[in-house]
Design a protein around this ligand. Structure first.
Ligand code: ATP
Ligand code: MG
Length: 428
């Protein structure tokens, strides 16, 4: 078959077409055969009436990759899965590109729910990604990152790259994966934190999307050992300035998803609305939780109550600011002896982001390192950078998989990661 211009199934118009994709379903009637052809954008019904093609049809198996040359015609297609019920393709020629063997997991979901258990699906992730619902999750995730980049690029932020191999911890020493770096011991970065600060004190407004690694041994539905972050860091900005950036950025991302991912949202049965925002200090948050009969004391982590807190304020970005100093990392600016300029953001039942104003004064940094039982000698390059003209600065980090999970109501963070790395899984 001569190579022609291929179009996506959702772009089919009347007339001659050249399509390439996967055999989604086959129906073999005596005088006529049907192929449901699928590509990443949709499914179309193809009708084989020409007897000369019946032999080729009989060779087809589910998920076999084929090219189809045909004529798009007006029709009234019954199959519920098709993208456009008003068209079908009369097949003129079929070319087999790669025949699929017996499938280890099914791609077609007959029921509304996906039955194969998650672990088996992840073993066959490449096949799993072809499922309508799974494919929809990652098309939306792609839109999240695209919109994040657009939002900050448009406001003259600079996209930066930070190192993934680092010499010392940025968030405390226990959760790092060690790597042998020639004759030295190094670690996989658990955050771009310290580096994005070093860049922001020179380039002012920066953003990045980076992978991070945390060697936490826990196995929860909201932690991965490798995840991706969407980060910003802004010079001459305080904690409230960057919370506002987060509010506007999340609104922008969600409005783009509502506009550009209608099909995917319908497939996932997710009705998105722009979230409201609420700002509470940590102190106020504890009082609100207590008032709602939740047992919690000042100084306790909110993690166990994030879900309850979010249920009290549906579809809301909850900003919890002014955390106690000792609950935030060493690099967070202490507003006074007790309160810091650090914050968390809750949405959809979980923490999606942490951020704050950072310390830009070397002496305060050294003091806070010591208070956190970290050795300032290990942070010499970092501390020294603030000796030569460092503006005050603030930033935050949104976990990409966490945000995907919160936005789409996924019950496990692994559903929002193409190839999760967790306590047990390193392949595929
Ligand atoms: P948590 O308390 O929820 O475990 P954290 O406070 O340790 O998270 P941060 O250091 O604040 O995490 O990281 C910034 C963001 O990155 C978090 O708000 C979250 O969205 C995401 N994140 C953090 N740890 C993980 C992880 N292990 N897996 C997936 N996403 C993560
Ligand atoms: Mg956090």
């Amino acid at each position: 078959m001569k190579k022609e211009k291929r179009i996506y199934i959702d772009k089919i118009k009347k007339g001659p077409v050249f399509l390439q994709g996967w055999v989604h379903e086959l129906r073999d009637l005596a005088k006529v055969k049907f192929i449901l052809l699928r590509d990443v954008k949709g499914i179309v019904q193809c009708v084989v009436k020409n007897k000369k093609l019946f032999k080729k049809f009989s060779d087809l198996t589910l998920e076999t990759v084929i090219s189809i040359k045909g004529q798009s015609k007006t029709a009234s297609v019954k199959s519920p899965e098709v993208t456009n019920h008003k068209i079908e393709i009369e097949v003129k020629n079929i070319e087999l590109i790669n025949k699929a063997e017996q499938l280890p997991i099914l791609v077609v979901e007959k029921d509304k729910t996906i039955k194969t258990d998650l672990s088996k699906r992840l073993d066959w992730r490449s096949l799993d990604l072809r499922k309508k619902k799974i494919n929809a999750i990652f098309l939306i995730q792609s839109e999240i990152i695209r919109a994040f980049r657009e939002f900050f690029s448009k406001q003259e932020f600079i996209e930066i790259q930070t190192p993934c191999i680092i010499a010392s911890a940025s968030e405390g020493g226990t959760e790092l994966f060690p790597v042998q770096y020639f004759e030295k011991k190094a670690f996989l970065a658990q955050s771009p934190q310290l580096y994005k600060q070093l860049i922001a004190i020179s380039l002012e407004k920066v953003f990045c999307t980076v992978p991070v690694w945390r060697a936490e041994k826990h196995n929860t539905t909201r932690h991965l050992n490798e995840s991706r972050q969407m980060d910003i860091e802004v010079a001459f900005a305080d904690d409230f300035d960057v919370m506002k950036y987060l509010e506007d950025c999340v609104q922008f991302i969600i409005s783009n998803i509502i506009k550009n991912c209608k099909r995917e949202l319908a497939i996932l049965d997710v009705k998105l609305k722009l979230p409201k925002s609420k700002y509470f200090s940590y102190d106020e948050s504890i009082k609100i939780l207590k008032k709602n009969k939740i047992k919690i004391d000042y100084g306790e982590d909110l993690a166990a109550n994030e879900k309850r807190f979010c249920e009290m304020f549906p579809n809301t970005l909850i900003f919890i600011h002014s955390f106690p100093n000792n609950m935030k990392p060493f690099y967070i600016w202490p507003k006074d002896g007790k309160i810091s300029a650090g914050f968390d953001v809750l949405y959809g039942g979980i923490e999606i982001s942490s951020g704050g104003q950072r310390i830009h004064i070397p002496e305060i940094l050294i003091q806070r390192l010591k208070e956190n039982k970290l050795n300032p000698k290990n942070f010499k390059h970092y501390i020294d950078a603030f000796r030569y003209g460092a503006p005050y600065h603030s930033g935050w980090s949104i976990g990409l998989e966490r945000f995907t999970m919160a936005l789409l109501g996924l019950d496990n963070i692994r559903e929002g990661c193409m190839f999760p790395r967790d306590r047990d899984r390193l392949t595929p």
